[in-house]
Ligand binder design. Structure first.
Ligand code: ZN
Length: 329
């Protein structure tokens, strides 16, 4: 029997422990754990990785440093050239490997911004059948047939940003997504501040980054009830700093995302540790990281509380900040 102790992040969090034996929960208790328990700050259900670009998993940067523009700016950033030139089979195989490893690390699903139009969506569906896929149109101008085709096979649309595409195009996409009941998301204020009123007029389900957002921007996002996917390691790699404490003060709900698959190995735990570390440095409340670790489940209407009872089949993935208890696949 292995026991895991910390604050159990249920609807009503409490300090306690969960014990697992032969793949089943055999004990859940309050207070001090049995001797030898693994200790984390929080015990949480499997984490939905709220922002990935699984497609670039096979792009080896060879330790080189790149700016945000050099690496990911559409249409000719290094990753986009890679996605255009890599053989389909390799892309699918690398995506499959990435998703499998991500799940082993304590994440149950990835919410992916999948480049490459309908073909891109199909590759990811083949590689990671249960991923939440937000496809990206490739037509130079709004094409309702393309959006319709993507929405038939994807869960929604993920737009690069309002700086990368004409606003009228994005508005037409947003209207189509809302009409079809899909999910809409986009990167916002990652490198430069973008017009938050224009972003909110699109009624996105969630947005990503907000590194360069002002306090009034953050308050507007909080008032609109739109969660923000925060990708701490990716932002720091590109010299950006997500303003976690200001987000918390503004009432923004945050989620944890790992962002570009080419930057780091597929592991949600160091992402959560980095979030916790930055949170500590900025002076946000201690439980912001636990809330961020479970928030994406609410977006997907999956159960928010720890969700295990004695007798349930469950695995444990222990980590420093959080230990994941539950089913990841
Ligand atoms: Zn992204």
């Amino acid at each position: 029997m292995e026991c895991y102790a910390g604050v159990l992040w249920t609807e009503d969090p409490f300090r306690g422990y969960v014990c697992i034996e032969d793949g089943r929960v055999v004990r859940i208790g309050h207070g001090d754990p049995p001797p030898g328990a693994h200790k984390s700050r929080f015990i949480v259900p499997p984490v939905v990785d709220s922002h990935t670009h699984v497609g670039d998993a096979g792009l080896d940067l060879g330790g080189a440093r790149y700016t945000l523009e050099e690496l990911v700016a559409p249409p000719d950033g290094l990753k986009h050239r890679y996605l255009r030139s890599a053989p389909r089979e390799k892309l699918v195989e690398d995506m499959r490997g990435y998703c499998t490893a991500l799940k082993a690390s304590g994440s149950c699903r990835a919410m992916d911004f999948r480049e490459g139009g309908i073909d891109g969506v199909r590759m990811l569906r083949e590689a990671c059948p249960d991923a939440v896929i937000l496809g990206r149109p490739v037509s130079p101008e709004f094409d309702p047939c393309e959006i319709e085709a993507i929405l038939r096979e994807a869960d929604g649309i993920g737009i690069s940003s309002i700086s990368d595409m004409p606003m009228a195009y994005i508005e037409s996409v947003a209207d189509a997504v809302h009409r079809e009941g899909g999910m809409l998301a986009l990167h916002v204020s990652e490198r430069v501040r973008e017009d938050i009123d224009a972003v909110l007029s699109l009624q996105p389900d969630f947005i990503v980054h907000m590194c360069e957002a002002t306090d009034p921007d953050l308050r507007k996002v909080a008032d609109a009830g739109i969660p923000v996917s925060v990708c701490v390691r990716s932002n720091l790699y590109f010299g950006r700093v997500p303003p976690l404490a200001r987000m918390e003060a503004a009432g923004v709900e945050t989620m944890v995302g790992t962002d570009n698959a080419m930057l780091f190995p597929p592991d949600i735990m160091p992402e959560i540790d980095a979030f916790a570390e930055l949170c500590g440095r900025q002076g946000c409340s201690g439980d912001m990281v636990a809330r961020a670790s479970v928030r994406a489940r609410k977006l997907l209407r999956e159960s928010m509380p720890l969700g295990v009872s004695v007798g349930d089949a469950a695995a444990a993935v222990p980590g420093e900040t959080v230990t994941v208890i539950g089913k990841t696949s």
